[in-house]
Design a protein around this ligand. Sequence first.
Ligand code: BGC
Length: 761
Amino acid sequence: MTDVESIVSQMTLEEKAALCTGASAWSTTPVLRLNLPELIVSDGPHGIRRQPEIHTLVLKSFPATCFPTASSLAATWDVDLLYEMGQALAEEATALKVDVILGPGVNIKRTPLCGRNFEYFSEDPYLAGELAASLINGIQSKGVGTSLKHFTANNQEFERFSISAEMDERTLREIYLPAFETAVTKAQPWTVMCAYNKVNGQYASENHRLLTDILKNEWGFAGFVVSDWGAVHNRVASLQAGLDLEMPGPKQTRVNAVIEAVRDGVLDEAVLDESVRRIVEVVCRAALTAKGGDFDVAAHHTLARKVAAEGMVLLKNDGLLPLQNPQHIAVVGRAAQKAHFQGGGSSHINPTQVDVPFKELQKLAGNAELSFAPGYPEGPDFEQRFIDEAVAIAQVADVALLFIALPTFKESEGYDRLDLDLTRQQVALIQAVTAVQPNTVVILNNGAPVVVRDWIDGTAAVLEAWMMGQAGGGAIADILFGKTNPSGKLAETYPVKLADTPAYLHFPGENGVVRYGEGLFIGYRYYDSKEVPTQFPFGYGLSYTTFAYSKARASATTFKDIDGVTVAVDVTNTGQVAGKEVVQVYVHDRKARLVRPFKELKGFAKVDLQPGETKTVTIPLNFRAFAYYDPAHKQWVTEDGLFDIMIGASVADIRSTVTVMLQSTLHLPSVLHRESTVRAWLEDPLGKVAFEPMYQQMIGQLNRVFGGSEQGSSETIGMDMNGFLLDMPLLSILHFQEDALTQPADDIVDLLLAQVHSISG
Ligand code: BGC
């Protein structure tokens, strides 16, 4: 018997029930007589928000490094860097006596309006999953746990505690689950946090299919599921569904409900034991990491600066950047003096120190003279005087640097954005300054894309600096002065306008339901497939150097799905300075039974190159890179056929395409049924064999009837009878001629079906 099993076997019903509900806002119930300590959890995700008192939810937390938020982390496209950051987070957690960090969040950015997008990685599940897995592996490599959240379909803040996110099975499997799946299978987070909302009508906290069938059984999740704070409605139902730990506590009524349910036979004690075993296992594992001590504040601040710089995306540059010794710099915008570096809500960190962008600029500006104007007020009011003052200093300078931060009243946890705009004052400010100063750089601090079309034309350069963490001010200075070459690329599309966004007509829902009507087609999957112009495409970002791609090749031209295929490409730095390129691999399926997005990201790599240097980037593509989820088969499916593997610098900048032939090793049962059309019968390999003789007869008959005389030709009815036939159910065609048949139409089709299913079954 393991230690865990031994502890569980000695626990009383009361102790077991108590363990499954929190003892406080941030801890579990210890069982001292069995030497089982409490487990301390803390937000998360980009810093440690350890409360000074275990029963308080929102007091000022102990100082910790505030790293950039997930939007910025994702734009680094750098799995190794996230691993390193994860290790630093773990060191701080250990020092602050935290066992499990509540994060990262991998919810998919369905719409840029979601107020909490700053805490999530991407609109693409592959990218989000890979980055999260690496961050988790980094944290857990140091003996600190994580809580992958919010499982699942928590893609908006509007009615987030109750709304039912409703989507078809394929959308769930291909868009909203894979980032969780990748993180679970590649990193085994110690815990997973369920979402507040309902998924297809059922609370995520009571969703047996999600928590037990898929997460635990299908993906092999070994840790425990914790509720989001206050997400549990019915404790017994949630336990039965697979929700192991309810937070926060204490809640004696919930504990009593569990005890009674077991006593009354409503809840099988084995179900409770399974949850207890999972929790005890994590508590014991966490106890192996000795807590306390210090962390290296300065080193982590330096790391935070590096991460921030790697995530910043240069959106526009007419050549002004990097700055070439300007003598007089006008710095405009409150965010230059008071950095806007994180978002509001449960992720809010009390930073160890904060870089002031203005001061960081001063450090790198040499002898240049810097002037400052706040540019806009703190609140939502419009105040012309701030604009006049900014114009006055900008017009006499060589360069104007505009620090534009999206205010928290527009973007935060808890509420969604109403639009994608900056404030009216900020737009007017940029327009007024660029009118007098062509050398204007706009530096954005926000957690999700904004509409830029009203003001971008007048600017010389735009830098997306995100919610950049406490050291972001220094990172901005590094990029503006060319100490760091920008290498971030967008992990989310910048739309031209709100109405272009894929979920626009299906958001935020009404009467308690939000229908994901756009299905698979979110983010670039939508813009790219539908050829909708974007402001900046997914994967886009400028550098101070240029890169050439050459010699794209695949390890095989024909390959089996289970073997996968590896693509390689040579990337050369063709510019004058060192830089990093994010190479992206998209897969395009030439033909599939089901509709597919035109391109899907299935691999990427970030490569560091000196001027003139060439490196070969190699990216393996496995079964899943080519598969789609087929609800008819209830599984991931590959089909024989040609695939274009597109290698590019963004989804819209494909540099090379390699075409390969996939051979599927699947032997799937036929999905033909009574209502299948003639076309479906002919396209199904087994169906074709069974049906072909009858089809030839039908065609012959059709030609006899319609092929001959004037009166009887296809022309007289104004349609192509062959085409008409193809899209009719076989059964319906037979019904038309039932009297001429030797047996009933239904029997004929059933016989054919029996033939097909006996072979395939
Ligand atoms: C948030 C979680 C967070 C928890 C604890 C909830 O409201 O949705 O992300 O971890 O609070 O603060």
